[in-house]
Each structure stands twice: as C-alpha cells, then as structure tokens.
Write a protein that binds this ligand. Structure first.
Ligand SMILES: [Zn+2]
Length: 435
C-alpha cells in the first residue's frame, strides 16, 4: 500500500513538472535584466470599474486680451485650453486641465492664437498635477504640423531620467510669432473625427474598401468600421483598432500606414486580400478626440479597461460586431490595437496562453525588427488575460486571436512611424499567407 502511495506521489510530481514545462512560453522574449536598454513598458494595469463617471465639459470660445487685439481660442474640434491669463509684457499663461481625475498623465492641449498687432509673445503652459509630456507642434492651417523650433522652447524645471512623466519638464514657455492668421499650438498633430472619416472615405473609393457605422458614442458620434474585402472563398479575418486614447496620434499614424499598405496595389497585398478580410475601427473614442480629452471617453472612462464589463457604448459596438461576424463563420487570425506611449514597445499576448497559434505574433515582431534595425523595440508579453479588461486580452480569450497592443513612441519620427506601419503590414501579410 505504502509503495503504491509513494509511486502515486512520484507520478503526481512528474505530472506537475510536465504541466509546468508545457505552460512555458514558446518564445522567451521578455527583457530579463534591468540593464537592457530602451523603454521597458508599464506595470500591469490595475483592475478598475468602468461605470460612467462625471466629465467636466470644456468651456468653448475665444479669450481676448490687450484691448481686444490678441486672441486665444479653443473653439474647434480636438481643442483643449481651459484658461488663459495675461501677465504683462506680452507674456501669457495657459491652463490645461483634464476631463476628470484620476487620469493617465497624457496632458493633451490644442489651441489657436492670433493678433491684430503682429509680434512675438511668450506663452507658458501649466498642467493640473501633471507635467509637459508632449513637445509642441505648430500649424498655420490645422492640417500640416511641425514641432516648434527648439530655440522657441524653454523647459521650466526639467525632469529626470529617460522615460515617464518624471522625465518631462514641469512646464514650458514658448516664444510664438503671432500674426493676424491663426497659429495652431497642439500636443500632437490634429486627427479629429472629421479628418479620420475623410481618410477612410478616401480609401473607400477603392471597390474593395467600404465603411459602415457599427455604433454610436455617448455624444452620438458614429463608430466607423472600415472593411477591406476582396475575398473569394475564405472566412479568415483580422481585427484592427486604434485611438481608444485620444492623444495617441502616433499609434494612429502607424495604423493608417498599415491599413494603406494592406489596401494598396502591391502583388503581396492583392494575394493577401484574396484570402483575408480586414476589419478596422480607426477611431474608437471620437468623443474623447473631438473634446480634446487626455484619456477618457465621454463616460469619463478609460475605454481600454472596459473589455470585460462593456459599460461603454464604444467598446460594446466592437464586441457586438465581432459576435455577429463570428456567428457568420469568420475565423479571426490576428488582432491589433494601436496606441502610443513613451517609446515604441510591443505588448503581445504571451504564448504561455496563446501557444503555437500565438507564436505568429512573435515571428512577426522579429521580422519587423530585422527590417528596421535602426530602432530597437522591446517586447513585453502580457501575462494577464483575465479579466479581459483590455482589448488584446478580449480578442484572444473570446476569439482565440493572436493579439497585440502595438505601441509607438510619442516622439518617434513621423517618417519612421509610416515605415513601421508599412513594414508591419507587409510582414504580417507574408506570415499569414504562409500559414
Ligand atoms: Zn493607449
């Protein structure tokens, strides 16, 4: 009897050991030591409730100063400017505050300034309990933006370190040449819901690209889904989303290039489109974007915490869309959610969960990195998939999609963003065609 028990114990130990081993990631890509360079990623997100919270609507209008000769305005989509004061000697202070708190430190701003008395002025930007994360962009037309000249930019109380809000200056002072023509001053390039829609429309002139409304935001803005479909027989599909977080324009720019490449004229794209349908929601949070929010939806919620409870209409629209497509027989072979952060980084679902099927994401990252050696990008497999608070976990858990959060840096050079989106599309198409 004793021998049998002992044998049983040994067997169980062996079994435990075997299970542990089989649960190891197929690929070990996590940076193991702190000496590794580059952005190391954020801590795992906390579980937070996603029922509506009050949002302070921004007062919209025009501030006038100096006997109605100098003007500041937030009266346009995507604007954020919460207060202005004149301090004398052509010096102004601008306040930027969040839609509600607590909130991620991504203090978005966008305003216009002009004058009847052309001259140089200085403008100090102040952030509510935050620091100056975004390097200012200037534009004369609201479409074409350029970073401000470094000689016109003064950091006040510079930060420490390489990444994160502590590395950002406490505030900044800008020297602006103001004229009668409005000058846009923004945290990043302006891609409002209108501009995103006209981009989708421009692609939808192709016979195999279409646009549909899959839901509405709290303020009743349409949630647009773009579909690339030239498939002859297969039911393989990809799900792409972007801009759950309004200021994350660099992720959007990479996604835009990714979608343009897949809908392009190359032989690879044509071959790929014959076998794969691509669904994309390029703008998940149109209310947040048009209201110039730092992070949240008009429900006052970080949408990328709502993929378990679905309290928000924006996330529900994608949930319901996927459900109907899956019921229609679609098999999702890849999912990606484009974001921006302190620097480029990948957060794929760990192969610990996704196994051999999820390995394609890691093969893909390697191929992208091989083609773009000029910028090393770290990989942080996500180790928690339940509750499915974030999109990538939801995509994997509910639809078995190899999924990734594709993050681009706030300051990643724009030509590189476009190149990365293109390379990412090409390598993904090749890998999926090989399967
Ligand atoms: Zn984000």
């Amino acid at each position: 009897m004793k021998t049998t028990l002992r044998l049983l114990a040994v067997l169980m130990l062996l079994l435990v050991y075997a299970c542990k081993n089989s649960a190891s990631p197929v690929y070990e890509t996590t940076a193991k030591n702190s000496t590794e360079k580059g952005y190391q990623g954020q801590k795992q997100s906390a579980i937070v409730p996603t029922v509506n919270k009050p949002v302070q609507k921004q007062w919209k209008g025009i501030w006038s100063f100096d006997d109605e000769t100098t003007f500041f305005s937030n009266d346009f989509d995507g604007a954020r400017l919460n207060g202005v004061s004149v301090d004398g000697n052509d010096h102004y202070t601008v306040w930027i505050t969040a839609e509600n708190t607590p909130i991620n430190v991504s203090p978005w701003y966008a305003f216009k300034v002009w004058t009847k008395n052309p001259r140089e002025i200085t403008v100090k930007l102040l952030y509510q309990d935050s620091r100056s994360r975004y390097f200012p962009k200037l534009s004369a037309d609201g479409i074409h933006f350029k970073p401000i000249d470094s000689t016109a930019y003064k950091a006040i109380n510079p930060g420490e370190g390489e990444f994160g809000i502590k590395a950002a200056p406490e505030s900044v002072e800008l020297t602006l040449s103001v004229t009668e023509n409005p000058l846009w001053v923004t945290a990043q390039e302006l891609y409002t819901s209108k501009r995103v829609k006209s981009w989708i429309d421009s692609l939808a002139t192709k016979p195999y690209v279409s646009i549909q409304e899959i839901g509405r935001s709290i303020e009743s803005r349409p949630i647009h889904l773009m579909e690339i479909d030239e498939v002859t027989s297969s039911k393989k599909a990809l799900m792409i989303i972007s801009r759950q977080h309004p200021p994350e324009v660099t992720g959007f720019i990479a996604m835009k290039s990714f979608m343009e490449t897949i809908s392009g004229e190359s032989e690879l794209a044509k071959k790929f489109r014959a076998e794969h349908t691509v669904f994309a929601v390029p703008l998940m949070n149109p209310d947040g974007v048009d209201n110039g929010h730092w992070r949240h939806s008009m429900g006052g919620i970080d949408l990328n915490r709502d993929w378990q409870n679905f309290n928000q209409p924006e996330t529900r629209s994608v949930r319901d869309f996927l459900k109907s497509k899956s019921a229609n027989g679609y098999e999702f072979v890849f999912g990606a959610d484009f974001h921006s952060t302190w620097d480029d980084i990948y957060y794929p679902v760990d192969t610990l969960f996704s196994g051999q099927k999820g390995k394609i994401v890691f093969d893909w990252i390697k191929k992208i990195s091989d083609r773009l050696p000029q910028k090393k990008t770290n990989v942080r497999p996500s180790k928690r998939i339940k509750p499915t608070m974030v999109s990538s976990a939801f995509f994997y858990v509910n639809y078995n999609m190899p999924a990734i959060v594709f993050e681009l840096g706030d300051d990643t050079p724009r030509p590189f963003l476009k190149e990365k989106g293109k390379v990412a599309a090409e390598e993904l198409m090749r890998l999926l065609l090989e399967e």
